[in-house]
Write a protein that binds this ligand. Sequence first.
Ligand SMILES: *Cc1c(COP(=O)(O)O)cnc(C)c1O
Length: 287
Amino acid sequence: MKYINSPVQEMTFNHHKIFLKRDDLLDVDFSGNKARKFYYYLCNEFPKITRVISHGSAQSNAMYSLSVLCNLRGWKFDYYVDHIASFLKQNPVGNFKAALNNGMNIHEDKIPNVLDEQTLFIPEGGALKEAQYGIEILANEIESWVKEHKFANLKVFLPSGTGTTALYLQKYLSCEVLTCACVGDEAYLQKQFDLLEPRNHPTILPRKKKYHFGKLYKEFYEMYQNLLETTKIEFDLLYDPLGFTILQEYLKTFKNKELPTILYIHQGGILGNSSMVSRYKNKYEKL
Ligand SMILES: *Cc1c(COP(=O)(O)O)cnc(C)c1O
């Protein structure tokens, strides 16, 4: 990896100064929160393992990162999806294209019932206990940054899918971790936390409106474009627009009170943007 410790920079968001942990810059290929989650499998010895099996969507960031991991480790990669859209089959883009280029074998099928001992199974989205290995390292990087700058009232914010990253960050951080549900609703996210850890959960900030994961929302695209213009940083289109929307609402609740210092985690996922951008352009920029 390019960085042992990903850099932190300042940015202005809605006239607020916030800090941004650039986990998107960890490495050209192996970056973002999937790199943190799968770091355990990069660093440890697995003498028996010759292949990885996983499943999920054909556009997933986890799928792409696993294809990179398997390349680095010389493992075969079998990925199972329910369905691949015909336009994607005919014209692979983004994560799907890159994972195929990395040698991923794609199966439109159910995961095999019996797996041999050469096979490592990784659940969808990398929601697994082993993820804490890499996320603890991320937490330690944040802790030393906080100590160095002597922030008294720091809060870490990151949008959640399975919630694994937020959960293990809270486990290893002394400050409060704030998150919001992007994939399911708040009850789904709470359930995901309960499955992995009995206590010490991150704070789930409420959404004012229901959003469906992967659906196009004009305000999401505007948020993405606005962030790109004002910061020159590209954020992901699935999680970050909702993340910043929720953060914006949260910051408003501090009218007269002292604002906490916010550290937002940029969790990568940019490779998946190409297909999302073309979907948005089709929907909102066509004459
Ligand atoms: C996977 C992913 C998330 C969600 O991570 P969880 O640990 O599943 O909550 C958020 N942002 C990006 C860019 C991701 O790729």
